[in-house]
Design a protein around this ligand. Structure first.
Ligand code: PHE
Length: 340
């Protein structure tokens, strides 16, 4: 019996009481009428007279120990409860709830997607990690084109065939490979270039590129679609002009400028006193690109264009530093109301 009682001492020590449930469990197990300790007292009658004194003392110690543990745990629980009630103020106003706002890049991106959706363009997306074919070769980039240089593009070290896409034209290749004309789609998304970060350029930015392929698509369609876009985005009075340019995947190619909406074309420091702001690159899709993607260039023609969203947002909101878009400073982000 002595060993048994000593084991119960140990059990009581290791019993942890953390809740009212475990407190009750403890009481039922050791102290209640049918609990272990009263049962031991009942068995006391059978203890031989020479052991009675020892065992009797042991049993009393056990009972006191269990009772004390129980009392202490109950008191500390009551104390905690009182304290909680004392400090709880049900009349206190709730924490202020801060409503988020859309990121300016998303606002401008959504707005541009919306404008092109109204003239029948679908939205297509593709992978950010691309292979050489979709990012360069299918788009008529010669093998020694500077964009293929390690200095301009982030290649995957183990496999120079794979790179982070430098433009979303790669999505257009994927669309042309899988679909038959007519194709009318825009591809918004994140792109990557190995460039030093400054107020005007960043190694990560967003683009929207557009593609229209059908029979008899001409540069008149290109001009009219982009004129509509410029007016919808920047206002009815916006003017556009095209300057000849070069891209491997379009022929002929152009840069499109929009009239400066700050000085209304008169000249200011935003437009560097030219009255015009560069907004996008465009051109008629090179027949080589159509053929590379399985579209017969004798039957079909098309136009393509592409623009940087950050640059466009900087123009619309008069933001001077591209890095602000990536810093997540709420003082900056809170200033843009969603316009959609
Ligand atoms: N892909 C070009 C760029 O990233 C933009 C562009 C798209 C130009 C389509 C012409 C036609 O700069």
């Amino acid at each position: 019996m002595k060993n048994k009682v000593q084991q119960i001492f140990k059990d009581i020590d290791s019993f942890t009481i953390t809740s009212t449930d475990s407190l009750e469990e403890f009481r039922l197990k050791y102290l209640s009428k049918k609990g272990i300790i009263p049962e031991l007292f009942k068995g006391f009658k059978t203890v031989s007279p020479d052991q009675r004194k020892d065992i009797g003392r042991l049993l009393n110690d056990l009972k006191n120990k269990a009772q004390e543990k129980f009392n202490q745990a109950r008191e500390s629980m009551e104390f905690r409860k009182e304290k909680h009630e004392e400090y709880m103020d049900n009349t206190r106003p709730a924490e202020e709830f801060q409503l988020g706002s859309r990121h300016p890049v998303s606002i401008v991106m959504n707005k541009i997607c919306d404008i092109f959706a109204r003239i029948g363009f679908t939205i297509s997306e593709g992978p950010e990690i691309e292979d050489d074919w979709h990012n360069f070769t299918a788009l008529n980039f010669p093998p020694d084109h500077p964009a293929r240089d390690m200095q301009d593009t982030f290649f995957i070290e183990k496999d120079p065939e794979i790179a982070l896409r430098t433009h979303t034209s790669s999505v257009q290749v994927r669309i042309m490979e899988k679909n038959k004309p007519p194709i009318r789609t825009i591809s918004p998304g994140r792109v990557f270039r190995n460039e030093a970060i400054s107020a005007r350029s960043h190694c990560i930015f967003h683009q929207i590129e557009g593609l229209y392929i059908d029979k008899d698509v001409s540069s008149a369609d290109l001009k009219q679609s982009l004129f509509y876009f410029a007016k919808e985005l920047l206002g009815e009075d916006t003017g556009i002009r095209f300057r000849p340019s070069y891209f491997p995947f379009t022929e002929p190619s152009a840069e499109m400028d929009v009239s400066c909406n700050i000085c209304e074309g008169k000249g200011c420091n935003v437009c560097k006193y030219t009255g015009w702001l560069e907004i996008l690159g465009c051109g008629m899709v090179d027949p080589n690109v159509l053929n590379n993607c399985g579209i017969d260039s004798n039957i079909y023609s098309g136009f393509a264009f592409g623009m940087g969203i950050e640059r466009t947002a900087m123009m619309i909101y008069q933001i001077r530093d591209i890095r602000l878009f990536f810093e997540n400073d709420l003082r900056f982000l809170k200033q843009f109301e969603s316009i959609i």
